[in-house]
Design a protein around this ligand. Structure first.
Ligand code: ATP
Length: 423
């Protein structure tokens, strides 16, 4: 059953020595207790692909929480346990290791969370999504580095194939549909023919998945290098229509996402920006439906709704003769996401120019004088100060003053001339 291919070389070459030492120590303790410990999942796949991945998932045929406690160095590491699931997490420096009790899963009904009970490495691998994610590496000293590949995952990696393990896989858990598209596009692989057929057959099973779980999948997609590829493929295979029939994954989206990445570099664009661009052409009822179904958190829902509010008001920016101060007052309350999304997604040239002027310049304009300066100039405390500051800000925006002295002169002129400066 155990394939004799050894990955000890890849482990030593590709993983940091600290993690290798940790795994070896863990393997020794497991063996001394008569248990088997394995490295599993994505990190094994990425070891074989020579891609960097330091998120270790360890599976123990035994109590993973006890093992985590034995490995825990309280002065240096943080230990989190979930006794109900038999899982533990150890975190230190920049490392994070998940330890899980090997388990088998059964699905009481499609889309429901599985029933879980302790099991063997074989059953643990059988519950996984794709052959390329269902490989393990033995970590006990006498078998160290041996690849456990019960479903020919290595072969599928070599042939660039995404293949499910059994024909009920997508109906048991339709999130695997989104996961499959994500791996296919990330790795430039293909869904294997029978898997593709089953995915199409089971596409309606996406309706059995809660909005929360779909949101998690979308969050993973938006962390990919090119999420637009996954959305395009999802449209092609009918997954987008299951989420919202008006959603599109093609055409201009790739261009807009690319620009969003440029404008957010070196960070990834916030999810709210990706979603604002993706949902831009939907009407408000459709967007509200998605916000509700996906249970988008406020930090995402708020800028999204701001984007739509700004889109609805873009007409007020359509006059080419608008003064900069007017543009400023129309736009200053909107979130950066709403400004960027409308700038990238709107097709109205004048509003886009005004948005660009605001983003590049106007939002940074400040007057040189402060309230303290005005007090020192003898203006008594009270609403007058606010009024004058407002006036100075407008004058700076409209290019009527460009220096501190110019502002002082303006204030003096105002005080001499009209008691209340025009706003
Ligand atoms: P990534 O590189 O995207 O992080 P990963 O393979 O580490 O990929 P995770 O989502 O962290 O993915 O999941 C860890 C492992 O758990 C996967 O490799 C897979 O074996 C298994 N897994 C995750 N989600 C599912 C699922 N819905 N059904 C079956 N197995 C799953």
């Amino acid at each position: 059953m155990v394939n004799k291919i050894k990955l000890s070389g890849q482990i030593k070459q590709q993983l940091p020595a600290e993690l290798v030492n940790f795994m070896q120590a863990a393997g020794k303790i497991a063996a001394s207790q008569g248990q088997n410990l394995y490295l599993v999942g994505g990190v094994v796949r990425d070891l074989l692909l020579a891609k960097a991945n330091f998120d270790l998932d360890l599976v123990l045929e035994g109590n993973a929480i006890n093992l985590a406690k034995q490995l825990h160095q309280p002065e240096a590491m943080k230990l989190t346990t979930h006794p109900h699931f038999g899982t533990a997490k150890l975190q230190w420096d920049r490392w994070s290791v998940d330890l899980t009790t090997a388990r088998s899963e059964t699905y009481p009904q499609p889309g429901a969370l599985p029933r879980v009970k302790p099991g063997s490495i074989e059953s643990d691998l059988f519950r996984r999504d794709f052959t390329i994610n269902a490989m393990a590496v033995h970590l006990n000293p006498t078998h160290y580095g041996e690849l456990v590949d019960l479903y020919d995952g290595k072969d599928d990696l070599e042939h660039k194939l995404i293949r499910i393990l059994h024909e009920k896989s997508f109906s048991d858990d339709a999130t695997r549909i989104w996961r499959g598209l994500r791996y296919e596009q990330r790795l430039d692989f293909h869904l294997e023919a029978a898997t593709l057929k089953l995915l199409k057959r089971d596409i309606s099973m996406l309706a059995t998945i809660s909005g929360d779980r779909i949101r998690c999948e979308l969050e993973c997609i938006f962390k990919e290098e090119l999420p637009e590829k996954v959305l395009r493929r999802a449209e092609e295979l009918g997954a987008l229509a299951r989420l919202q029939p008006s959603l599109r994954g093609d055409g201009g989206l790739a261009e807009k996402f690319r620009e969003a990445r440029q404008s957010s570099a070196p960070d990834l664009p916030p999810i709210a920006l990706y979603l604002s661009l993706w949902f831009y052409h939907l009407n408000s009822a459709e967007i509200e439906g998605l916000v509700y179904y996906l249970r988008l958190p406020k930090r995402v829902a708020q800028p999204l709704s701001d984007t739509i509010k700004l889109k609805a008001g873009l007409d007020s920016l359509a006059d080419p003769g608008l003064k900069p101060s007017r543009i400023y007052w129309l736009l200053h309350g909107f979130s950066p996401v709403a400004l960027t999304a409308n700038w990238l997604a709107s097709e109205a040239p004048i509003p886009r120019q005004h948005l660009q002027l605001f983003r590049d310049k106007l939002r940074y304009v400040k007057s040189a004088l402060t309230g303290d300066d005005l007090l020192k100039m003898g203006i008594p405390p009270g609403p007058k100060i606010k009024e004058i500051l407002h006036h100075l800000h407008e004058a700076s925006l409209d290019g009527k003053v460009a220096s501190k002295q110019g502002e002082i002169d303006l204030v003096k002129g105002c005080l001499k001339g009209s008691p209340s400066p025009p706003t």
